[in-house]
Ligand binder design. Structure first.
Ligand SMILES: Cc1ncc(COP(=O)(O)O)c(C=O)c1O
Length: 448
């Protein structure tokens, strides 16, 4: 940071071989001086490397946090990049649950799950099964672990039908599956008709898996699960859904629900009132529950098989005990206060969405869920937009090229229950002036 708190201008990039290598403690050089391999490799990732350097909101060091205010150097900003939707990361009841578990189980069991399961694992699986109303649940450290290990097992040498805007971690799971002999076919985002065309056109192979996001991590909108499930059942496929952003936020509908997110936060299948037949649901505790753990809701037979076929169950280090504690405490808080928290989250999200609408700023969010993407009309302005937000104290998630295609460049705001109404109003003021300085996408004119 310079004296005014603005991000420093970077010196021109030097080649790795230009940088003098400091001597190592044992007197030998740490790496060869002219490392042609490293220079060549750095050139292949130059776009991404430059991107990281040009955005103050990428790879930043956060020095301090108070509620949803964060300090970077000498600048305080409001955090809109957190996916801790329910504010459980700051909840005293949840924080206070940790020491008892750590004194009983230590900080980290070290066994992979196959080698030994501290009892909290079983409690989490039982309670999550009950919450979701699924046949069973298997938990692993992260959703990324699940995609990379479970998708290849499910698809085998069959065909994976992948949504065109599926999250990168699903895509990576698909690529591992391809490496094991699967065929990967992409269908247009949110387009069940296109999926059906592809299924009809391709020779039936077995097994066939359709993979997509639940609440989409960019648009904030859910898929029409009933339409995809109808296809999965008709063509005897398995529907594989990643609802990282819906779990904890949306849930089953009830006549006395305090808001349109539904109750209990038990994810998109329950919210849309569809069954788990021909489907598995993947979700995570690392967003709404602020804990490092993820789950797959699935038939018990499949769970037992995955225990020997999914490498993270066999080999990966487990989630820290503090995370097991905060998941269990989170499930308790969800049952006692979750619906009130969700009502507050829905209200705050609506406050921001209404303001965007009044300002004529377009967002693809039509769901009212707390992921609000603001696309840019000119992708080249993304650096300047990022700095504008940063300098006015707003910390958002930047979706810059080449992280996303040029026509999807923009920034994303996540509302959490721990953000205040005042913070929303300040953000709206900044967005109003941003709109006057940059080319944001305009709300499409209503057809007459
Ligand atoms: C849709 C989606 N899936 C998976 C992940 C990764 O989750 P995890 O941290 O549990 O691997 C993310 C994180 O951004 C996500 O948005």
């Amino acid at each position: 940071m310079d004296d005014h708190g603005s991000p420093q201008r970077r010196a021109p990039r030097r080649r790795a071989s230009d940088v003098p290598t400091p001597p190592s403690p044992n007197g030998r050089p740490r790496r060869r001086r002219a490392d042609g391999w490293l220079d060549r490799w750095m050139r292949t990732v130059a776009d991404l490397d430059r991107l990281k350097d040009s955005h103050p909101m990428l790879d930043a060091t956060i020095d301090e946090q108070v509620g949803r205010r964060i300090r970077i150097g000498d600048r305080w900003l409001t955090d809109w990049a957190s996916c801790n939707y329910l504010g459980f990361d700051l909840d005293e009841e949840i924080i206070e649950s940790i020491p008892a578990y750590v004194s009983r189980w230590g900080t980290h069991p070290s066994w992979s799950r196959l080698l030994g399961n501290p009892r909290p694992y079983l409690e989490i699986e039982e309670r999550t099964t009950e919450l979701l109303g699924s046949e069973d649940v298997l938990v692993l450290p992260t959703i990324t672990h699940i995609h990379l290990s479970v998708i290849p097992v499910l698809v085998g040498d069959g065909t994976l039908y992948l949504d065109g805007r599926a999250h990168k971690t699903i895509y990576d799971g698909a690529m591992v599956a391809a490496g094991h002999g699967a065929t990967v076919v992409r269908f247009r985002h949110e387009d069940p008709e296109h999926l059906e065309e592809l299924l009809r056109a391709n020779p039936p192979s077995s097994p066939r898996v359709i993979a997509l996001d639940g609440v989409n991590s960019m648009t904030g909108n859910p898929p029409d699960l009933a339409a995809f499930l109808r296809i999965a059942r008709e063509y005897d496929c398995l529907l594989y859904v990643d609802d990282a952003h819906g779990f904890g936020v949306v849930g089953e509908r009830a006549p006395d629900e305090p808001c349109a997110y539904g109750i209990r936060g038990n994810s998109i299948f329950r919210h849309q009132g569809v069954s788990y037949d021909h489907a598995v649901l993947v979700g995570g505790f690392s967003k709404a529950y602020s804990s490092l753990l993820a789950f797959i809701a699935l038939p018990s037979q499949l769970k037992n098989t995955l225990k020997v076929l999914a490498p993270p169950y066999l080999y990966s280090g487990p989630s820290p005990v503090a995370s097991l504690a905060t998941v269990l405490a989170g499930l308790h808080v969800n049952a006692t206060r979750g619906d009130a928290i969700r009502a507050d989250l829905a209200r705050k999200t609506r406050r921001l969405l209404d303001a965007l609408h009044r300002l004529g700023i377009h967002t693809p969010n039509t769901s009212g869920y707390p992921i609000i993407e603001v696309p840019l009309a000119n992708h080249e302005e993304i650096d300047a937009v990022g700095r504008y937000l940063f300098e006015r104290g707003q910390y958002a998630t930047m979706a810059a090229y080449p992280l996303v295609p040029k026509d999807e460049v923009g920034f994303r705001i996540q509302v959490t229950a721990a953000n205040t109404d005042e913070q929303i109003d300040e953000l709206v003021d900044v967005l109003a002036s941003l709109r006057d300085h940059f080319q944001l996408e305009q709300v499409p004119a209503l057809a007459t």
